[in-house]
Write a protein that binds this ligand. Structure first.
Ligand code: ZN
Length: 282
């Protein structure tokens, strides 16, 4: 099942993306499901949606021309993993980490999967990072990796857009990765049952139609179950929280000559079986 949120920015409604070009308007069918937020995951969750889908009535809209927002309403946190693919760590001039490097993206940076990415006035060196993102479905604390995937609602795609000068100039990566619109998420939350094999998914990025990144999730140094165990030992993951699992090699700023995001460009990122985004840069 593919969960999506549709409608105007800030007023999105929860939906289920159907393969026939329609969206099920979940709130029209079940008014108590206001949004895909922590309350939803705790009280209803994916199982409840499956029950609703058995008798959806006429609560569908045509998907064509409808704006999609991030598939999860503002989560309590977005945790990112830096340098999780060895080839990317090398191209970025980073040592190969012996433990996951965690950082955070501001939740205010969240953007719809087809919304424009706004370059900040001060930006000089901006590029994207295609990433597989995990959406947590249950409160997760001190979980072992053998059980870790039981706590996952599903997967989505995250573009970890970054201003490299600011990232490197500030002691922290937070500002360079936290500008408004620097976190396109979606288009869907694809439920775990549709992504049975996590360790062999193509993760890619295109810049104006040209392939920049063409990696595979099997090359992650720290895989999803390990990351959930590692993070949850001391930090509770709340339902709806996002873990971005890192990006493979090929980013534009590490190339010679550099391929950077400029106004008028189109950046696409995707993960096999999970989805693809397309953003205009303005
Ligand atoms: Zn990243």
């Amino acid at each position: 099942m593919k969960l999506c949120r549709f409608g105007e920015k800030g007023k999105e409604r929860p939906g289920v993306w159907m393969e026939d070009g329609r969206i099920l308007d979940v709130r029209a069918l079940a008014f108590h499901i206001e949004d895909y937020n922590e309350h939803f995951f705790v009280n209803y969750g994916v199982e409840q949606l499956k029950l609703l889908l058995a008798d959806p009535g006429a609560n569908f809209i045509a998907a064509k021309g409808v704006r999609l927002g991030p598939p999860v309403a503002r989560p309590s946190k977005i945790i990112c993993v830096g340098a999780n693919y060895a080839d990317h760590a090398k191209e970025f001039g980073h040592e190969i980490p012996t433990e996951p490097i965690l950082f955070s993206k501001a939740t205010s940076a969240l953007n719809g999967p087809f919304d424009p990415i706004h370059l900040p006035v001060e930006s000089q060196v901006v590029d994207g990072e295609a990433e597989l993102a995990v959406v947590i479905g249950k409160r997760t604390s001190k979980v072992r990796k053998a059980e870790a995937l039981d706590y996952v609602a599903g997967y989505t795609v995250l573009n970890d857009v970054t201003e490299r000068i600011v990232q490197k100039a500030n002691g922290q990566w937070f500002r360079g990765k936290g500008f408004d619109s620097f976190c396109p998420l979606g288009p869907f939350l694809v439920t775990s049952d549709e992504v049975p094999v996590l360790g062999n998914l193509r993760v890619w990025q295109k810049h104006n139609g040209e392939v920049l990144q063409d990696g595979n999730s099997k090359d992650m140094m720290f895989d999803v179950p390990f990351l959930i165990e590692y993070i949850s030992q001391g930090m509770t993951l709340n339902p709806g929280d996002i873990i971005a699992t890192g990006t493979p090699s090929g980013i534009g700023s590490a190339r010679s000559p550099q391929v950077l995001l400029a106004a008028g460009d189109v950046v696409e990122v995707g993960v096999d079986r999970v989805g693809a985004q397309r953003s205009n840069v303005v």
